[in-house]
Design a protein around this ligand. Structure first.
Ligand SMILES: NC(=O)c1ccc[n+]([C@@H]2O[C@H](COP(=O)([O-])OP(=O)(O)OC[C@H]3O[C@@H](n4cnc5c(N)ncnc54)[C@H](OP(=O)(O)O)[C@@H]3O)[C@@H](O)[C@H]2O)c1
Length: 331
């Protein structure tokens, strides 16, 4: 009898030890997160050529997060190459940047959904003229118009997402990389998404494209580390923008300006995304949410939560469409 109670006692002690160890590891990991987001400095942009005539190339640069990267990298004294569809918007930003920050600026208008070989050839020619490229911001992306079951999604939307978020990403990077490799330095920021970390039902193709970005960033980052090139998949939660369709900022949802500021001030700091190699998440509220997701419930739990959330967004989006159609008919 006594031996059974001794075994039970040892079992309880072992369980308590495992519990205490788990809590200690989680507490240390949370402490490291706080150090990352509030104290640890990132690599200086000077390491990538700021102030030396080096260029920063930004895709999707005429609005939202990409436009903000353009302004903040110009303020850090990079010459700026802006790419997106709308030439007039790019030209206005280019003029403004040149006059505000006394750096050079170039634009190229292209639609990534077209996958046009000539666009990439033209980009290659323009880029050949740059003596040095220090930064590439792979920011352009396209999404499902509203949350949509895969079976109902149009071929056009599916093809556009693949063309912009995957093919465009690879092609642009392949064009820029030789310059970075020859100068033994460079920073490639891939603007990722939580939906690459948590598979998102009803946004399945977008979500998978961001998972592609995350996996590819980790593999590429490891390949390029010894060449002095830093690759970072920036694991983004909601930011106020046209794509997110969110207009008001909150603790959880910043405007692009503070969001980009946090990214650029903490290059090389993993923050809340430390479980994913070559990923980062340093905007405080996003990083804390990222940490909670990675350290509490299972991925299946979060997928199920996402399903309910997207079903709700879809219902509301369909109702809005109905209202708009009725209003248009009444006119
Ligand atoms: N906002 C969020 O909540 C959020 C969350 C997670 C991840 N992200 C990621 O953040 C990145 C930027 O998103 P955002 O919210 O800043 O979007 P946004 O404000 O809608 O800006 C998108 C930019 O891309 C350009 N663009 C769109 N389609 C294009 C195409 N086919 N060809 C060329 N340029 C195109 C747009 O300019 P034109 O219309 O002039 O072409 C614009 O400059 C994306 O990679 C997105 O996945 C955003």
């Amino acid at each position: 009898m006594s031996s059974i109670s001794e075994i039970t006692q040892v079992g309880v002690i072992l369980l308590a030890a495992v519990g205490a160890l788990t809590i200690t590891v989680k507490a240390l990991s949370f402490w490291k997160l706080l150090l990352d987001i509030y104290i640890r400095p990132g690599k200086s942009l000077k390491k990538f050529g700021a102030g030396t005539g080096s260029w920063a190339v930004i895709t999707g640069a005429s609005d939202g997060i990409g436009k903000e990267f353009a302004y903040q990298l110009a303020a850090a004294k990079f010459n700026i190459f802006l790419i997106s569809r709308t030439a007039s918007k790019l030209q206005d930003i280019s003029n403004d940047i040149e006059s505000k920050y006394q750096v050079k600026s170039k634009i190229y208008a292209m639609d990534f959904t077209k996958g046009d070989k000539r666009d990439y050839e033209n980009l290659k020619e323009i880029i050949e003229e740059f003596v040095d490229i220090g930064v590439l911001i792979n920011n352009v992306a396209t999404n499902h118009d509203i949350p949509t079951p895969f079976i109902l999604e149009t071929d056009e939307t599916i093809n556009n997402i693949v063309e912009v978020n995957i093919s465009g990403l690879l092609r642009i990077t392949k064009i820029i990389l030789p310059k970075m490799i020859s100068s033994n330095k460079g920073l490639i920021i891939n603007v990722g998404s939580f939906s690459g970390m948590i598979p998102t039902p009803y946004l399945s193709v977008y979500s998978a494209s961001k998972a592609f970005m995350s996996t590819w960033s980790a593999a590429l980052g490891a390949e390029l580390k010894s060449k002095g090139i830093v690759v970072e998949n920036v694991n983004t939660y909601f930011v106020v923008s046209a794509m997110s369709k969110i207009r008001r900022s909150s603790w959880l949802i910043p405007y692009p300006k503070p969001y980009v500021k946090s990214v650029l001030s903490k290059i090389g700091v993993p923050g809340g995304a430390s479980q994913i190699p070559y990923s980062s998440n340093v905007y405080p509220s996003h990083a804390i949410i990222n940490w909670i997701i990675a350290n509490t419930f299972s991925l299946s739990f979060w997928v199920k939560k996402g399903l309910a959330q997207q079903e709700d967004i879809r219902k509301r989006a369909l109702k809005k469409r109905e209202r708009e159609a009725a209003a248009a008919k009444a006119q």
